[in-house]
Design a protein around this ligand. Structure first.
Ligand SMILES: O=c1ccn([C@H]2C[C@H](O)[C@@H](COP(=O)(O)OP(=O)(O)OP(=O)(O)O)O2)c(=O)[nH]1
Ligand SMILES: [Mg+2]
Length: 147
């Protein structure tokens, strides 16, 4: 599927998949960043895109940065709507309690996963149909193994 991309910052590459079969195309920071422990920043990627109707781009964290530095995304996954034509930005947060995180312009900071989605018609009813789970949630099945 083709997705139109404008490089607002021509010094940065268009999003790319690292391997065949990868779900996420890497996004780069357009600026140098230093995040103190607990600090967050809205980081520009230098990209804007136009998705076909019925698709969404989700901004996911990268697991390597999360494991090594505690770096994540505040609103993970971020939602880029098909109609959005502005610059894609990433709301990074440093979850490390002690160490700052330093990133340089051009570093890969997040990944964009493009998905189809359904648009629902919300039909109000008085009573919902029954289900096996019912209202159980938030750990209702426990943590141990289940037969
Ligand atoms: O990680 C993100 C999340 C959002 N956006 C852009 C694209 C998206 O289409 C728009 C609005 O995002 P969202 O709906 O999550 O934010 P909102 O707080 O509801 O703002 P709005 O009132 O503009 O919808 O901001 C990004 O660039 N990166
Ligand atoms: Mg919104």
């Amino acid at each position: 599927m083709d997705v139109a991309v404008v490089r607002l910052d021509p010094g940065l590459p268009v999003p790319a998949y690292a391997h065949p079969g990868d779900a996420g195309a890497d996004l780069h920071t357009a600026v140098d960043i230093e995040l103190a422990p607990g600090e967050r920043a809205l980081v520009p990627t230098g990209l804007s895109i136009a998705l076909p109707d019925g698709y969404v781009a989700l901004v996911h964290p990268r697991s390597g940065l999360a494991a090594r530095h505690g770096l994540s995304i505040v609103n993970t996954p971020g939602t880029v709507d098909a109609g959005y034509r502005g610059e894609i930005k990433v709301m990074l947060i440093n979850h490390d309690p002690v160490e700052p995180v330093t990133l340089r312009r051009g570093d890969r900071i997040a990944q964009l996963v493009i998905q189809r989605f359904e648009r629902a018609r919300f039909v109000e009813v008085g009573v919902l149909p029954e289900s096996v789970r019912g209202a159980g949630g938030y750990g209702s099945t426990g943590t141990g193994s289940r037969a």
